[in-house]
Design a protein around this ligand. Sequence first.
Ligand code: NAD
Length: 294
Amino acid sequence: MKIGFIGLGIMGKPMAKNLIKAGHELVVTDIVKEAVAEVEACGAAAAANAREVAQQCGLIITMLPNSPHVKQVVCGENGVLEGAKPGAILVDMSSIAPLASQEIARACAEKGVLMLDAPVSGGEPKAIDGTLSIMVGGDEKVFRQVYDILMVMGASAVYCGEIGAGNTTKLANQVVVAVNIAAVAEAFMLSKKAGVDPELVYKAIRGGLAGSTVMDAKGPMMLAGNTKPGFKIDLHIKDLTNALETGHGVGSPLPLTAAVMEMLQTLRADGCGQNDHSALAKYYEKLTGAKLSE
Ligand code: NAD
C-alpha cells in the first residue's frame, strides 16, 4: 500500500524519510517546494496537492502546524477528502485541538474515510532516530491496522481512546514540558544570581529527583545560549492555547500553564517566536539583566 505524507517540516521530513528507508512507497506534498524536492531525492514521488496524494494512497499521514492547516488540507479545496477513496485511512500526526480532530473525523466519516489522531512527542532528534512517542485516538481496530507503520517512526505507539484522545494526551505532555522548561530556567537563574555556576548546578542535580528529560535536552541549550529550534515558541504557544481552551471547556483550571503562557507571549512580542522554547531562559535574563551563557 502506498503511503501519502503531507507536511514535510522539521518533524515530517525525517518521519517521511524513515518510512522510505523502511521500504515503503511514499507520495508526498508540502507548500515548500524545497522540502518536497529533498524527500523526492530520497525516493518519494511528489504530488501537486493533498487531493493528488489521497487519490494514489490508501493511507495518508499529515504532519502540519495546527488545526486550521489540517482542516484546510483535509476538508478544503484540493484536499484529502476530494481525492480519498472510501476505506482510506487518515492518520493526523499534527498536534491540534482535540475538538478539531473530532470535527475533521466527522467530515472524514461522511466520505467513508477512517481517521486517527496520532500526535507525537520527542522532537526533531527522535523524529530522525525513529524513536518518537506516539499517542493515538480513534477506532482501536484501525490503530492495530497501522501499528507497524507507526512503529517505523516511533519507539512507542499507545492507544489512548476515542478520536481526540491522542491530542488530549499531547496537551498533557505539552503542559508538563512547558512548566518544566520554565522551572529549569528559573532555577538556573537563581543559582547564577546567587553566585553559583548554573553549569555546576546542572551537573549536581540532573541525576537526582529534579532531573528530567526536559532538563537534559533544554538545560545545555540554555547554558550555551543556543536558541535554534527544535520546537519553536510559536508552536508551544499554539499548544498551550489549545490546552487552556480545552481545560477551560472541561472545568480544569491550568494556573501554571497560564503563567508560562504569559512568559512565552512576552518573548513572542519581543521577536523570539521562532526561537526554541528553551529560550524561556531569555525571559529570566530580561528580568535580571544576567546571562546564563556568560
Ligand atoms: P513545521 O512548521 O516545521 O512544519 C510544518 C510543515 O507543514 C511545513 O513544511 C509547512 O510548509 C507545511 N504546511 C503548512 N501548511 C500546509 C499546507 N496547506 N499544505 C501542505 N503543507 C503545509 O512544524 P513541525 O515542527 O514539523 O511540527 C509539525 C507538528 O508537529 C506541529 O503540530 C507541532 O506542534 C508538532 N510537533 C513538533 C515537534 C518539534 O519538536 N518540532 C515535536 C512534537 C510535535
